[in-house]
Every structure is written in C-alpha cells, then in structure tokens.
Design a protein around this ligand. Sequence first.
Ligand SMILES: [Mg+2]
Length: 303
Amino acid sequence: MEEAKKKKVMFIINPISGVYKKKNIPEKVARYIDYVKYDYTIRFTQYAGHATLIAQQAVHEGYEVCVAVGGDGSINEVAQSLVGTDTALGIIPYGSGNGFATHLKIPPRDAKGALDVLNTGKTVKLDLIKSNLRYIVSNAGFGIDSSVARRFHHHGIRGLASYGWAVVKELLFYFQPFHAKVEIDDVTIEREFFLFTAFNANQYGYDYAVFPFTSMKDGVMDVIVMTRFPVWKLPYIVACLIGKRSDLIKEAEAYRAKKIKIHGHKKMVYQFDGDSIIHHDDITLEAVPQCINVIVPENLNAY
Ligand SMILES: [Mg+2]
C-alpha cells in the first residue's frame, strides 16, 4: 500500500505584531503538529505586507496550506494570496481582535488547540469581501471604529475593556461623524454616520458581535448603519449593543447586501479588518461567495 502523500504547510509569523508573544510558536508547532500528515516550514515576516508575498511564493511552490499566526490583520495579509487557489488557509489566532477565528471556533491564544484544528479539521470554502483595494476577511467600514483604529494605530489595545475605553475617549473628545453617501445594493443613503460596518465574519473582534449570527457561506454581507445620535443616548445605545439588540436602537439599521459603494471624499478614514486606511476616492465592497479554502474544526456546522 502506498503511503499517503504528506502535505506541505507554511507557517507565517509576524514576530512584532499584536500584543501577545509569539516567540514560543515554533516550539509549539514542533511539539504538536501531526508529522504523519504534514511537512512544515516556518517563515517570519520582516515588514508590513511581507506575509502576502510569502503566501504567494508558497502557493507557487505547491504548499497545500498557509497558516497565518496572528489576528485579523495577519489573516488579511495571507488571504490576499490564497483567494481562488487550492492552497488552504490555516489559523493560529494570536491577535488582540480575533474576529475571523472566533467565528470559526478556532481557540485564540491556544497554539495547541489551533494546531489540533489543523491536524484533525476539515477544509471548507468561505466567502470574503472584495474591495477595490484588497480583500477583507472579517469586516470593514468607517465611523467610530475607523477613528479609533487610526488614533491607536501604533498602540496595542488589549481586550474589550481597553478597546471600550478607547471608544469612550474617542466619543467624548475627538469623534466627528462622517458625512457620506453610500449605496447598499439598490438603496442609497446620505447622512451623518456614526458607524458603517459591513461584516463577513460574525465577530467584531474583542469577542464582541453586533449581530447574533452572520454566515460566511451565504454570499452576502451583513451591514450595520448607525446615524449620529445625541450624547445623552449613549448609555442606552451601549446597553443595546452589548445585548446584541441593535434592532432596539432607532438610529441603527441592518442590511444584507451583495454590493456596496461608498462615495469617497477627503475626510474619510476606513478600517479594513481593524487596520486604519485613508483613501479619498470611492470604495466598493462586494461579497465574493466561497472563494477561499479554510481549515476549520471538524465538528463546525454553522459558519
Ligand atoms: Mg455573509
């Protein structure tokens, strides 16, 4: 009987991103990876965007799996090169916000648990959001979250509590609602936006979700739109958001969309998978159905 061919897997580690130490990841990989199933290589990134290049080379060299070690930002970089290829995305979640991995029930900051998923999991095809700039794995938009992402670009924010505090500070001292015109499929809205976010994955990161559930295989984005509101309403709105009852907020609307166009102007700041992006022209977002192979837990059914 012929032995099953081993799969080549590339681990891509950004040694300096995020706030959690990834120094011992190579040791954990050596200890817990299934040597019957995999031959592995580890590469460390040296600059922003390097992970995209490493993943592209891995695809050319016939690697069957590329593993992003990090948060949504690291997954974003690796995913750019895997869309439409046979190479599957694996994830060892080590970011501060792990929206994509949490949606897929891959345990955060638990290298052994995540390696178990690689060893025993199944490969499924998932949707991504395609913009005119890059692919988005988790969520993208503008408003309070993009303002916070921009201000804290160079700081690590640990967990929901400090992220929450950063949002409150932004609200009280700096935040100006964005005036914008947005087309959501056939609906056009123009107003002062507090928040506009299109979701592929359910989670915002920091273990927080706006919607009770969104699907990464239904070919549509779930969109939350919030108009500016008076400051005295803030406690009520925060309570609704924490309770995942955005339907109780008069200033919030939910949409499901295949295509979005955001009319750009000089003052716009966006966030793509938690990274701040400044872009003055129009931004288009489009749900691309089942365009990337991802390794998920064997028993994951709703995703
Ligand atoms: Mg969806």
